[in-house]
Structure formats: C-alpha cells, structure tokens
Ligand binder design. Sequence first.
Ligand SMILES: Nc1nc2c(ncn2[C@@H]2O[C@H](COP(=O)(O)OP(=O)(O)OP(=O)(O)O)[C@@H](O)[C@H]2O)c(=O)[nH]1
Ligand SMILES: [K+]
Ligand SMILES: [Mg+2]
Length: 431
Amino acid sequence: MGIIEKIKEIEFEMARTQKNKATEYHLGQLKAKIAKLRTQLLEPPKGSSGGGDGFEVTKFGHGRVALIGFPSVGKSTLLTMLTGTQSEAASYEFTTLTCIPGIIHYNDTKIQLLDLPGIIEGASEGKGRGRQVIAVAKSSDIVLMVLDASKSEGHRQILTKELEAVGLRLNKRPPQIYFKKKKTGGISFNSTMPLTHVDEKLCYQILHEYKIHNAEILFREDATVDDFIDVIEGNRKYMKCVYVYNKIDVIGIDDVDNLARQPNSVVISCNLRLNFDRLLAKMWEEMGLVRVYTKPQGQQPDFGDPVVLSVVCNANSLYFWTDAMFVLVGVSSNFGTTICVPQDRGGCSVEDFCNHIHRSLVKDVKYVLVWGISARHYPQHCGLAHALHDEDVVQVVKKKEGNEGARGRFKSHSDAPARISDRQKKAPLKQ
Ligand SMILES: Nc1nc2c(ncn2[C@@H]2O[C@H](COP(=O)(O)OP(=O)(O)OP(=O)(O)O)[C@@H](O)[C@H]2O)c(=O)[nH]1
Ligand SMILES: [K+]
Ligand SMILES: [Mg+2]
C-alpha cells in the first residue's frame, strides 16, 4: 500500500470515530500517524536528486511573493498588471503551466512576484503540478492566495488544507511549546497553565508513536494536539498569507463588503484595476521588510537606496507579527503569557545590518548612531544587538574613529529627552 492510501485509510478511520473523552487518545495517535506519513511524502523519492521538473526560479530582489490559487481566478492577469511582465491569461483553466516571475517596485524595494499554475484539491498528494507549486510557495516570504470572489468560500478552506498537508501554517505563529529530545532521563512534562486540549497521557502516547522516550516538554500556552505534533515534527513553515478576492466586478456590493471584512483579506478587480493600492500596502505590511538608510559621517543618507532587512524569519524560529495581538520582542501578549524569543530573533539587528554591508564590518564596529523610530533619542548610540525599525537611519562608527570625536559628540546628546518629539523627528540629521 502506498503512503497516500495509508493516509486515506487513517483519515477514514478518524472520520468514523466519534469524538469524546474515551476516543481522544486514539484520535491523537492517528493524527500523529498521519503527520508522520505526510512528512514521508515530502521526502524526495529514493534515487532522485530531489527536484528535477520543479519550477526553479532564481530569487531576486528583497523578498518573494507567490500567487497561489485555483485555475482561472486571475493570477496571471494580476501578475501582468502589477509587474508589467506578460503572463498569458485566458478564460480556460490551466493556462499557466510553469512559474513566471515578475518584479514589483514598491517603497524603494524590489519584490519578486511569482505567477504559478492553478492548483486543485489533492495538490498536496501530487495532483496536477501541485507539489511543485507548493514547493515554490514554501520558498516565498508570503503567499497571496488568489480567490474568485464569485465562487464558493469553500475554496479558501480547500487550499488552506492542501497547504497545511505539506507543513505550511498560514497566519499562525509557532506553538509556544518547548520541546527538547534527550538521551536519557525519561519524559519530563510541565506546563505554565492549565491545559484544556491535551493532558500528559495524550502527549506520552504521541511521543510513543514517534518512539521518543526521553524528552523535556514545557507547554507555555493552552496548545492543541495538532500544535504538539507540529512541534515534534519541527519542519513546519509559518507564513503570512493575504487572501486576495479578485473579480469583485461580477458580484454585488454587499458581498464585496462581506469579503473585505474578513481578516487578512483584500478585495480587488483586475478588470477594473480596483484596489491595487490596498493590496500592495497589505502585502508590504505582511512582509515585514525593514529599510535602513546608511548615513556617511557629515552627509545626508541616500534615501533612494536602502539596505533591506527582514523581521520575518524563514526558519521555524521567531515570527514577528504586525498584528496588535502579538507584541514584538518578548513582552506579554493578551493571553497573559510571555512570548519567548529564541536566540536567533529576526534579521533586523544592527549586526544583521552590518553583515548586509560587508561580512567583515562587524568586528570593526565600535557602535552605531541611529535616528528613527527604534531610537529613544536622536541619535541613539547603539550596539550590535539593537533592533532596527523600518526607515531608520544608521551611521557606523568604527573602532579607530570612535576614540576621537564621536564619543564627545554623543555625550552632548545624552541629556536629550527620552521620547522622540515631532519636532525632533523633523530635525535634520546632523552628525
Ligand atoms: N470579471 C473579471 N474577470 C477577470 C478578472 N481578472 C481576470 N479575469 C479573467 O479570468 C480569466 C482567467 O484569468 P487568468 O489570469 O488566466 O487566471 P489564472 O488564475 O492565471 O488561470 P490559470 O493560469 O489557468 O490557473 C481570464 O478570462 C481573465 O480575463 C476580473 O477582475 N474580473
Ligand atoms: K486561465
Ligand atoms: Mg495563469
């Protein structure tokens, strides 16, 4: 029996199992079994070099955005309109058969937009070109899920399920569960709050399914079985997704209004060129790009040529959320728990900025001067760990130079008010 048949069989068993306290452990185990099989499915077949007829497109620009959707929802039309790169569009399904890249110029940055073939239900199991399309989605910074506003809302759920089946988690942050495999010592299970979805026994059973007998586990939130399995699998990718409802020219205003109010959604019409500004602004916001302007001593920065950093980690580590719900660096959220910040926080520290300019720069840096939202006063004297904000201006002071004038100059700023006033914000950057 193939992997897909095995998954189908377990799904069937789950569907006919009643959900109650008595079957909870059994269902949990079945979920773990499916997760293991899905991971197997993702491994390239033995003997292949892993790739082959994929859509390898070289990364370009400061970020990558993939257009994912059912056939004929208007992905190619949208790519052509936003980037000027021609991608064939037609009224029949599967017009696009490969990956077509285009470039969006936005806020002084270049963003690579990828048009892809339509995907259909079963894509995660290899239907159509689903697997290749999903691989491209995974290589992107965010996904624009393009939907036909005149079609059923169910399409969004089907696509989300397909992407989840291959380990993508859309608009979710990683579960706050600490998990570490050990060589000896058995299982130590703890939680910082009462758990309502799982208990110790259920977690033991799932660990048993994975043949894990020694591990340290700490639940820092009231997570579910699925969250726990995600943490054990460790290969999940947490991505932002914007739902783009196209073709609003063919539906009524009440329906448009409804769709526009859904979270993370933007309504557009390619035919009428409607709401592209909003779409681009939303895309930009979700990408979490940080533009930093380099200021040579005694000169104005070049505001047309930023160093572009990203606060969104591609790995499973920390995900910075722009939503008000989750607070940036390690402060408490409105769940009353502390969001822990792993060692490798995003990529927007002064150190990341220096590495962007030149690998060897970091060791020569004495400190940097920062103007902008991340600075408490202007200019703030910052070390390598300081987290930069979009549109900050940075002047690097190297070790040799630092001993001379700069320190004295910094002192004169030390009695500046701790908060930035509007007047200060507008003040010219002298230094
Ligand atoms: N009414 C309306 N039709 C649109 C709109 N945008 C695109 N279309 C039409 O929808 C059809 C499909 O457009 P495509 O851009 O080829 O769609 P696609 O998603 O790239 O399709 P595949 O490549 O086949 O997956 C074309 O006939 C377009 O003219 C829109 O905003 N309104
Ligand atoms: K089409
Ligand atoms: Mg197309």
